[in-house]
Design a binder for this molecule. Structure first.
Ligand code: FES
Ligand SMILES: [Fe+2]
Length: 332
């Protein structure tokens, strides 16, 4: 009999990890707006009530199944388009037309919602929500944020998530070399972190700008939050930067939204200029990943010699809680 401890590792991450998902920039959801977002096999209907609070409800009305994405906001409620029952952010019905009362069992299922870093986040998972993704070395109110356009990748969510921990691709794809071995740890459940010091070996315009800005010492820390978000914080000596990449599984593919940031302050217009530079540099960096990941069928062959951080990530991702559908298995 095989000792279970010696059983070969099978990479089998959830198709949709239990996590906070960035579903929209806050600016896309002004008061009174209703938005439908797809995630995994499901849809979520977001709405911003007149008070400014955001709700996230399951799409099909408890009463008879009309799609609430076609509804409208009335005060603190989302009103169903069909018989005008109105649901609050907790899924509790208000008054119903004709003055009647909804039965006590009437509840529209919903999700926990948070707003952070200029975005609307929704918790999709059975357990209690974990911490909403953010940065370790910046306070939120220090930062000006800009949400980029989502990019659809024809691969599973774990391909771009694993990319952040793939030390070998730093030289082959990004023109960077490590100055020392990366450090990997799990600072809290549901968060995996890698820290390293790199130098620039690439020769493109963005590489030369980075080399100049950093004195060729780029200290990076990457966090993956429950599989659905990766944050990248770089210390370039004279300046620091922070980027967030949010993943939303859609079918067997993934939508990646970059959130660019810069520190507030300085002379008028300076922060906007810095944000434009950060956006340029990070976009060049990410474009390289997008090119190589399109169409990828992520199928790691272990052991990954010389890429131990990635192997640690794969084991961590494989143990994440969440929804598992046939998409999640590694096809031989
Ligand atoms: S289906 Fe929504 S109120 Fe009837
Ligand atoms: Fe990359």
């Amino acid at each position: 009999m095989t000792d279970p401890a010696e059983a070969p590792f099978v990479f089998d991450p959830p198709s949709r990890p239990a996590a906070w998902y960035l579903l929209a920039p806050s600016s896309a959801l002004p008061r009174g707006r209703v938005l439908t977002r797809r995630i995994g096999q499901d849809e979520v209907v977001l709405f911003r009530a007149e008070s400014g609070n955001v709700g996230a409800l399951a799409p099909h009305c408890w009463h008879m199944g009309a799609h609430l994405g076609n509804g409208c906001v009335t005060g603190e409620h989302l009103q169903c388009p069909l018989h005008h029952w109105a649901w609050d952010r907790e899924g509790v019905p208000g008054q119903i037309p004709g003055g009647g009362r909804a039965p006590a069992s009437a509840r529209q299922p919903g999700y926990a919602v948070a707003e952070r870093l200029g975005g609307v986040w929704v918790w999709m998972g059975d357990g209690p929500p974990g911490p909403v993704p953010g940065f370790e070395t910046f306070a939120d109110d220090e930062l000006l944020t800009s949400h980029g356009r989502p990019v659809r990748l024809r691969c599973a969510w774990y391909a771009p998530a694993a990319n952040g921990f793939d030390e070998q691709h730093l030289s082959t794809v990004h023109g960077r070399a490590l100055r020392e071995r990366p450090q990997v740890d799990v600072p809290e459940p549901g968060r995996m972190r890698m820290r390293y010091l790199s130098r620039v070996t690439g020769t493109g315009l963005a590489d030369r700008v980075m080399k100049r800005l950093s004195g060729d010492h780029i200290r990076v820390q990457i966090n993956c939050w429950s599989g659905a978000t990766v944050t990248v914080e770089s210390d370039l000596g004279r300046t620091r930067s922070a980027l967030l990449l949010a993943f939303v599984p859609v079918g067997g593919e993934v939508e990646v939204t970059p959130v660019f940031t810069t520190r507030r302050g300085g002379p008028p217009g300076m922060a906007r200029l810095r944000l434009a530079v950060a956006r340029f540099l990070f976009t060049r960096f990410i474009e390289k990943d997008v090119q190589v990941m399109q169409g990828m069928r992520f199928r790691p062959r272990l052991p990954l010699r010389g890429n131990e951080a990635l192997e640690t990530f794969l084991r961590w991702a494989s143990a994440l809680p969440g929804e598992r559908t046939p998409h999640s298995s590694t096809t031989p």
